[in-house]
Design a protein around this ligand. Structure first.
Ligand code: ADP
Length: 402
């Protein structure tokens, strides 16, 4: 039997097919530029002999309903999955679970309504996630379908960590609080680190830095998230590809009063034109590192701002936790950008964090240890795998383990 994991973004659809017996991947696909003039769809699959690629470039995919149909077509044509009855379960990534969902849950009408009610908190993501769920329910209603929430791992954050210093009624009436995101990734890599270091997860303390296009830090105490840098929305915290992370909230009023930009324009700018892109014109860390090497002052400054913010969060979460077993880097930048790891950890010897440059610059597909031999804190690079974690959670729900 197989497990299908569906991750619908605002303009993309990512999916992966796992064998339910050993969780090997038999196919993975990505449909991009949904809603644009030209969409692209690709599938990588294993045909029993080797890995094959299937590409569909030309037809525009108008919306997610069509994208899900295309996904089914690709899986059928490649032979990766001929019939939905081959599925033991389907997992859906859902970005916002609010306070309603602390763990993965079997989807029924009540769950769908609850996800719908949370749309104001995630207006771009939850509607796309819901379309994926609805179409999959229409086509494969008999197959157990499980929602896995980005926010769920952070529901263990204590009240003093998730409340903002705002009038309390804004929390009671409008649900204004920190939720945090990337929970599936933080959970996956922190568990992998505890296993790797042979420390029981319920006694494991660590700081995880998930650095992709979006980026967030998470403080994990005894296997539970106790703080995270993203807030009510994914705009807060670290410097990201195009998002600003932490800023003085009064900047937004200042901009509205003095620049002629209205609130929607400012919202767009903070989300899509800020971060690394706003600072130096590129949100691609590879490009930034190459230009910095060639002497670009602009790129070097963006790099410094990015790493300084990371260092401040490491310090803050170290203080929040009191002690850590490990500092973990993951995500496209965390896994690949050695200079970011080195720079963010510079000057942290007082906390027991020291990097071995040679180990930091090696390349491995699997878990890498990059701390100096005598260091008190293990510094690890761990490839994240959100789809696999979702598949694991789907299996657990189906087996009644959660
Ligand atoms: P997403 O959050 O969209 O899943 P990823 O986790 O793939 O994003 O991370 C994307 C980021 O990772 C980009 O900034 C990209 O430049 C960076 N990245 C990918 N590979 C490398 C590399 N070899 N060196 C430095 N940065 C890299």
């Amino acid at each position: 039997m197989k497990i299908l994991v569906i991750n619908s973004g605002s303009s993309s659809l990512k999916f992966q097919l796992f064998d339910s017996s050993d969780l090997t991947v038999s196919a993975s696909g990505l449909i991009e530029q949904i809603g644009e003039e030209q969409s692209s769809a690709r599938l990588t699959y294993f045909d029993g002999v080797g890995t094959r690629q299937m590409l569909k470039q030309s037809e525009p995919v108008a919306e997610h309903r069509q994208a899900i149909k295309l996904m089914a077509e690709l899986l059928r044509e490649s032979g990766a999955m001929i019939d939905v009855r081959e599925l033991a379960g389907i997992g859906h990534r859902v970005v916002h679970g609010g306070e309603a969902f602390h763990e993965p849950i079997l989807i029924d009408d009540a769950v769908i309504s609850a996800i719908e009610e949370l749309i104001p908190l995630a207006p771009l993501h939850n509607p796309a996630n819901l379309t994926g769920i609805r179409v999959a329910m229409d086509h494969a209603g008999d197959i157990p379908q499980v929602a896995v929430f980005d926010t769920a791992f952070h529901q263990s954050i204590p009240e003093y960590g998730y409340l903002y210093a705002l009038p309390y009624k804004l929390y009671e009436k409008y649900n204004v609080r920190r939720y945090g995101f990337h929970g599936t990734s933080h959970s996956f890599v922190s568990k992998a680190a505890a296993r790797f270091l042979d420390i029981p997860y319920d006694r494991f303390n660590c700081i995880v830095l998930h650095l992709g296009n979006g980026a967030s830090a998470c403080a994990v105490e005894n296997g539970k998230s106790v703080d995270t840098s993203m807030g009510m929305t994914p705009l807060a915290g670290l410097v990201m590809g195009t998002r600003c992370g932490d800023i003085d909230p009064a900047i937004t009023f200042y901009l509205e009063r003095n620049t002629g930009m209205d609130v929607n324009r400012i919202d767009d700018m903070l989300n899509h034109e800020s971060g690394l892109k706003g600072l130096c014109g590129s949100n691609d860390m590879r490009e930034l590192l190459a230009a910095k090497e060639q002497g670009s002052k602009e790129m070097a400054l963006a790099f410094d701002i990015y790493c300084y913010r990371l260092k401040k969060y490491i310090g803050a979460y170290f203080a929040a936790l009191g002690r850590i077993d490990a500092l973990i880097f993951t995500g496209g930048i965390g896994e690949n950008a050695a200079p970011v790891r080195e720079h963010a950890c510079q000057g942290l010897a007082g906390l027991g964090i020291t990097i071995n440059s040679e180990k930091n610059n090696q390349r491995k597909e699997r878990i890498m240890e990059i701390h100096q031999d005598e260091a008190a804190v293990k510094v690890l690079v761990i490839p994240t795998d959100e789809e696999r974690e979702i598949a694991i959670q789907v299996m657990a729900v189906i087996k009644g383990e959660r």
